[in-house]
Design a protein around this ligand. Structure first.
Ligand SMILES: [Zn+2]
Ligand SMILES: [Zn+2]
Length: 332
């Protein structure tokens, strides 16, 4: 078993690891496709405190079951699986009240920029023969988008604004269109990403450096603003802008991860006068199964790639940072 171990900053080294001995409910997965997430970029930039080096990064992956522990019955060697990262205690207040993503004893499962990863059997989801490993690696990020959509309480006919057309923004766009959005506006500075948003069905796609997003959203909504705004960048300025794009009674969902300590300015009177809801979306509780269904419906091929080998893990993370790709993949 070989893993790309991250030692902090840009220091990532491929190292031989001892083959793990499996606990009763553990499964050894041969990693086939492992997608780079924005939080992997934040990790190497020191802006994501949930990851502490040394560790193996990568949490969006699919693979083949290679070996199972004595108590595992849900999967068997040879099964193709998508995975749900993160371990919870099943005993704390939150776990026992339907909020296991907020578990007080939550820990990270081993990373997947590695030939193998060990996971609890309950974190594995079988995927159909017809689904590629590359597509299945999107189960986790799409599940995050599904959770954000749950929080948005969207109604049929809503106008939806999306700030940022990366992997999450473009997934949200497609999910919103399938879920009843009658008008969609996407704001994204990168021309390739804008073209994809257009192709995937957005009504209005703007470059925020050229066009004022507030004016664009008002133009598209009889001057009202968007019923639902998704912030999929993770920056305080775009978070503030998200509030400005909302219509009265609008729901603003912060999906992008801001660096800790970043501050956004909000005017409480404005929240009151327009009865706005600002909600942040954390992880992907109870949404991975639904995400797997969506994977067969969404257009994800244009989002995936380029592909890298395990030894090129740092290049793969740079490819996302430098916008060479939207979902670069490590294929260990
Ligand atoms: Zn992620
Ligand atoms: Zn718990």
């Amino acid at each position: 078993m070989r893993s790309a171990v991250w030692y902090g900053g840009e220091d990532i080294r491929v190292e031989e690891q001892p083959k793990p001995t499996l606990g009763a409910n553990e499964v050894l997965v041969r990693v086939k496709a492992s997608a780079v997430c924005g939080t992997d970029v934040h990790s190497i930039e020191g802006k994501f405190p949930l990851t502490v080096p040394p560790r193996v990064l990568g949490h969006e992956f699919s693979g083949l079951v290679e070996e199972v522990g004595a108590g595992v019955t849900r999967v068997k060697p040879g099964d193709r699986v998508a995975t749900e990262p993160g371990m919870v205690c099943n005993a704390c207040w939150y776990c026992r009240n339907g909020m296991e993503h907020l578990c007080l004893n939550r820990s990270m499962s081993p990373g997947a920029f590695s030939t193998h990863a060990v996971l609890l059997d309950r974190l594995l989801w079988k995927i159909p023969e017809t689904m590629s490993f590359e597509t299945a690696s999107m189960a986790e990020p799409v599940a995050c988008a599904v959770h954000a959509l749950d929080l948005a309480r969207m109604r049929s006919g809503d106008a939806v604004a999306i700030i940022g057309a990366g992997g999450i923004g473009l997934s949200l766009l497609q999910l919103a269109l399938h879920s009843g959005a009658a008008k969609t506006v996407v704001s994204e500075p990168d021309p390739k990403r804008r073209a994809l948003a257009q192709e995937m069905g957005a009504d209005v796609v703007i470059d925020p450096r050229q066009v004022d997003p507030i004016a664009a959203v008002r133009d598209a909504t009889y001057g009202l603003g968007a019923d639902v705004v998704f912030e999929a960048v993770g920056h305080p300025r775009t978070s503030e802008q998200a509030v400005q794009l909302a219509a009265k009674a609008g729901r603003i969902v912060l999906v992008g991860v801001n660096p800790p300590g970043a501050k956004m300015e909000v005017e409480p009177y404005d929240l009151y006068a327009r009865e706005l809801t600002i909600v942040a979306s954390y992880m992907r509780p109870y949404s991975l199964g639904r995400a797997l269904r969506w994977l067969e419906k969404l257009r994800l091929d244009p989002i995936l790639g380029p592909n890298y080998e395990l030894g090129q893990t740092l290049q793969a993370i740079h490819a996302l940072r430098d916008k060479v790709g939207i979902k670069p993949l490590v294929m260990p």
